[in-house]
Design a protein around this ligand. Sequence first.
Ligand code: PEP
Length: 248
Amino acid sequence: MTQTANRARLVLGNWKMHGSLADNAALLDALRAADAASHCQIGVCVPFPYLAQTAQALAGSAITWGAQDVSAQAKGAFTGEVSASMLKEFGCRWALAGHSERRTLHGESDQLVADKARAALEQGLTPVVCVGESLEQRESGDTLAVIERQLAPVLALGREAVAAMVLAYEPVWAIGTGRTATPEQAQEVHAAIRAALTKLGAPQVQVLYGGSVKAANAATLFAMADIDGALVGGASLVAEEFLRIAAN
Ligand code: PEP
């Protein structure tokens, strides 16, 4: 297993709202058929309705799975929400929290994202908390301030909670656009996140990069000191490409 400063490499797929029972079966079979043990840690975050299929297809394999969102609430009259305890029943390891599509399309606030992370942790899931700046924010020189603001309520959960999370830096302008941050651009933000984690006493938290990661650019991103793996959208829908990213 490849490691960065003793942090294990992790490559997670985010299928977004893609898939069908037939397409998923082929993709999951292909992932399972690969010798997952010889790659880094791999996981897939799938749409809620496909969790049962995913759990069945990957049971007993080294590949983990999870959801793309989780409710901040434990239970009750929250129509359309899915709780962390429900995800747990389907064997989920991961719950994304604060993906930029949730923040921008569904108005999720920084505090709500932290509340979702806390709810996931309470059920023993690992929240994958996503942060990232828009193109406008980058161009106005606000990148690090935006990341700091987004992380503040998450870090306020305290050292023990944060140590049990994964963070993902996903510049909004690089998601689904084919425009990847350069390794240096990504590393600058990862280093700032690492500094905040170190200050809190949780320097070993894995920090993933996300935004148009593919097999062709993964190696240079993974070579950066503070990039511990990737959160992969589009390329995670093609088994061979996803596995090639993970094989780096
Ligand atoms: C994502 O959805 O988290 C993502 C990074 O997407 P893509 O890899 O397609 O840019």
